[in-house]
Each structure stands twice: as structure tokens, then as C-alpha cells.
Design a protein around this ligand. Structure first.
Ligand code: PLP
Length: 406
């Protein structure tokens, strides 16, 4: 990676592990086969490589290889699950339940099926980012066909009570889909044991390549089917047509194998580093807030608001040295605060002042130490320049101030 640039944006994408790259390389030129070519050795070899990778991916989450549908990534898997279930089970009912804090790929797919006649309930989360199980159970009706709840949130790292949700879905006889993109390969994820019937995940969030993902679809008890969203040659048991991305799938398989071997050690090491970063910033700075549950969350993520400091501006003070994401989304016209943080009950100011630090397999302790200095200095610098911070320090009640509109 770039010398000296600290990469703390692993929730956006992870670097591809060099061992994954090595596994992929032969499949670009030496072995160019199409896995669907049945008439020659190039095709057979490619198919064998895909079968092996399918085993590796299935093995990581304790499912059968036949239950893995390869896609182009988690966005496609989310769309296939939600639209595919709605089209397949539409006669049973049209009601879908999800959370306001889901990834855009889930929310936008829900929006699309609403236009096709679905009725979607968007459940709120509490101030820790967690679903209310009672509200979920109460929301299920005899028209409900699907509950879609993400395993771990991409912005905060908050992990939902998956087993309890699975029990509710089983009791009520509704399908349970989870976007597990941020959890797979980082913490143990076992959909069958958890009562999850469909599950989306992707290569590039677990040290594999970009542009390849998977949808797990439960085959027995219950036998789940989705209507294909991509029609063509009938690949992937008819659920997703299109020539398989052989190098990508081989890399995804290798990444899954490595994750299985290394995730426990990675998680243990990264949670220590994450906690060090968090506690150093909390002890050196005032008015620091960690967003989301501190107990139910991923080991490598922290989302922190630095009150009265604008996150995008703060990022500029250190973005030549550290890559992170802020809690604001740059849309063309304005800077919108993150809808995930707003859903946790943060005001616009705290949401705008947030930074997500997501560590990864290649993070070094020395980078944590450097980041503590850079971030603490950046926050102090921004506050020194800020009239609002000065007013706050003088004890002015900022909520009572009448701001002039210009
Ligand atoms: C990154 C991400 C996606 C999108 O995955 P792609 O493979 O980039 O399409 C979907 N859901 C979550 C939770 C993510 O973090």
C-alpha cells in the first residue's frame, strides 16, 4: 500500500490479500476457460476451480456448496434476495420488514418492490443502533413474507441480535434475509445455526477482490427459491445467469479460506488496537462520543463524534496521512448527515462531527499511535479556530442561541 498513508477505511473496502492475488493470477491468462464450457479441458478446469472456491466460501459459513449463488457483489445479492423473494412469494403475501439503518442496497431494493406493490415496514433502532425485538415480533402479520436485517452495520459496526431475530422468524414462519457483508470473514457467521435463510456478502470486504459476491440460499427446511433478476444461460441453478468471474471467484474462495484460519486472531488483535485508539482519544479530548453499542459491535470498527467539530473539515486536517470516512454523505447540493447516525438519535451536529475508523488485517500498532497524534491534534486545531467551541467553553447554552439565517 501507499507508503505512510494509514488506511482506516476497511469498511469501504479491504485491500486484496497478496495470497489472494497469487491464487487469482493463473485464471486470467494461463487458464482462460469459461466454467460453463463443457466440451474441452479449459472449461473443465475452470469449472473445477469454481467448484473448489464454492466449497471454500460455503465452508466459511458452514453451509453446503450448492447453497452458494455467485454474484457481482453484495449490492446484487441484496437486490436478488429482496426482489427475488418478493416475486417468488408474492402470492403468499406482500409485506416485508427491514430497518431504517440498512445499507442503501437493501433500502433502495425495498423502495423498488414497494413500487411493485410491496408493503414495507421500516423499523427504528434504539440509541445503540439495535432492533427492538418486541417491535419486530409485533410488526409481523399474516402477509409478512420476509424480514431483512443486516448482521453488522457498515457505519457503526453494531451487531444485531441475530439468533433472537431468527427465533422470531422461525416461530412466525417468515423468511429471514441478512446483509452480512460487514460480518462474514471477520466474526463467526453461521446462517443455519442462526435461522437465516438468505444471506448476502462480498469478496472485497474480506480481503478478496472487488466485483464478486455471493447469496446464500437455504436449500432444505425450508427450501427457499428466488426469482432470477438476471436472465440468460441459466447459470447458478437458474438464479443468476452470466458467465462466472472465474479469477474473482477463485480469489473470493481463497479469501474465505484465509478468513476461516485467521479471523479469530485478527479480531483479537484488532479489538485491542481499536480500544487503544478509542481510549486515547477519549482521554486526550473533551466531548468525544462513541456512536452505537459498545458491547454489540464488530472488533475493528469505531465511529466517533467530536462535538462542535465538523467531520469533513477535521478529515482535511489529516487526510494526507490517514484515510477514514466521515458521517456525512456528499450529495451534489448539500452535505447530508448520515441517516444511520440520525436513526441512533444523534442531532445533525453530532452526526456531522463523526468519523468512522475501520481497521483491518494489515493495520499495525504503530499506525494507531500515529493516528492518535494526528486526530487529537486535528480536533484541537479545529476547536481552537471555532467560535462555537469558544462559546461552549464560556458556558453559553448553545441550544438557546438564536442563529441568524443568511
Ligand atoms: C459494501 C456493502 C455492500 C455493497 O457491497 P458491494 O459488493 O460493493 O456491492 C452492501 N451492504 C453492506 C452492508 C456493505 O457494507
Amino acid at each position: 500500500m501507499e507508503d505512510n498513508l494509514i488506511y482506516f477505511d476497511n469498511n469501504s473496502t479491504t485491500p486484496c490479500d497478496p495470497r489472494v492475488v497469487d491464487a487469482m493470477l493463473p485464471w486470467f491468462y494461463q487458464n482462460p476457460g469459461n466454467a460453463a464450457s463443457r466440451s474441452h479441458a479449459f472449461g473443465w478446469k475452470a469449472e473445477e476451480a469454481v467448484d473448489y472456491a464454492r466449497e471454500q466460501v460455503a465452508n466459511l459459513i458452514n453451509v453446503e456448496s450448492k447453497e452458494i449463488i455467485f454474484t457481482s457483489g453484495a449490492t446484487e445479492s441484496d437486490n436478488l434476495a429482496i426482489k427475488g423473494v418478493f416475486e417468488m412469494y408474492g402470492r403468499k403475501g406482500n409485506h416485508i420488514i427491514t430497518l431504517t439503518t440498512e445499507h442503501k442496497a437493501v433500502l433502495d431494493a425495498c423502495d423498488k418492490v414497494e413500487k411493485m406493490g410491496a408493503d414495507v415496514t421500516y423499523l427504528e433502532v434504539n440509541n445503540e443502533g439495535l432492533v427492538d425485538l418486541k417491535a419486530l415480533e409485533d410488526a409481523i402479520t399474516d402477509k409478512t413474507i420476509l424480514v431483512s436485517i443486516m448482521w453488522a452495520n457498515n457505519e457503526t459496526g453494531v451487531i444485531q441480535p441475530m439468533k433472537e431475530i431468527g427465533e422470531i422468524c422461525a416461530k412466525k414462519g417468515v423468511l429471514f434475509f441478512s446483509d452480512a457483508t460487514q460480518a462474514v470473514g471477520k466474526i463467526p457467521v453461521d446462517p443455519k445455526e442462526t435461522g437465516v435463510h438468505l444471506m448476502a456478502f462480498t469478496g472485497h470486504k474480506m480481503y478478496g477482490p472487488k466485483g464478486v459476491g455471493a447469496l446464500f440460499v437455504n436449500r432444505k427446511k425450508p427450501r427457499v427459491k428466488v426469482v432470477a433478476q438476471m436472465d440468460g444461460g441459466g447459470h447458478e441453478r437458474g438464479m443468476r445467469s452470466g458467465t462466472l468471474n472465474v479469477p474473482g471467484i477463485v480469489g473470493f474462495g481463497k479469501a474465505a479460506e484465509l478468513a476461516k484460519q485467521e479471523m479469530a486472531a485478527d479480531a483479537a488483535r484488532l479489538s485491542v488496537l481499536r480500544d487503544k485508539l478509542e481510549s486515547a482519544l477519549e482521554s486526550r479530548l473533551e466531548e468525544v462520543y462513541v456512536n452505537g453499542s459498545r458491547t454489540h459491535r464488530m472488533p475493528h470498527v469505531t465511529n466517533i463524534s467530536f462535538k462542535h467539530v465538523e467531520g469533513e473539515g477535521l478529515m482535511m486536517t489529516f487526510n494526507e496521512n490517514i484515510a477514514v470516512s466521515s458521517g456525512s454523505a456528499c450529495t451534489s447540493a448539500s452535505l447530508e448527515p448520515s441517516y444511520v447516525l440520525v436513526a441512533l438519535g444523534l442531532g445533525d451536529d453530532l452526526a456531522h462531527s463523526s468519523i468512522r475508523f475501520s481497521l483491518g488485517r494489515f493495520t499495525k500498532e504503530e499506525e494507531i499511535d500515529r493516528a492518535i497524534e494526528l486526530v487529537a491534534n486535528g480536533v484541537t486545531h479545529m476547536r481552537d479556530l471555532s467560535p462555537i467551541w469558544e462559546m461552549y467553553k464560556e458556558g453559553v447554552d448553545l441550544d438557546s442561541v438564536q442563529w441568524q439565517e443568511h
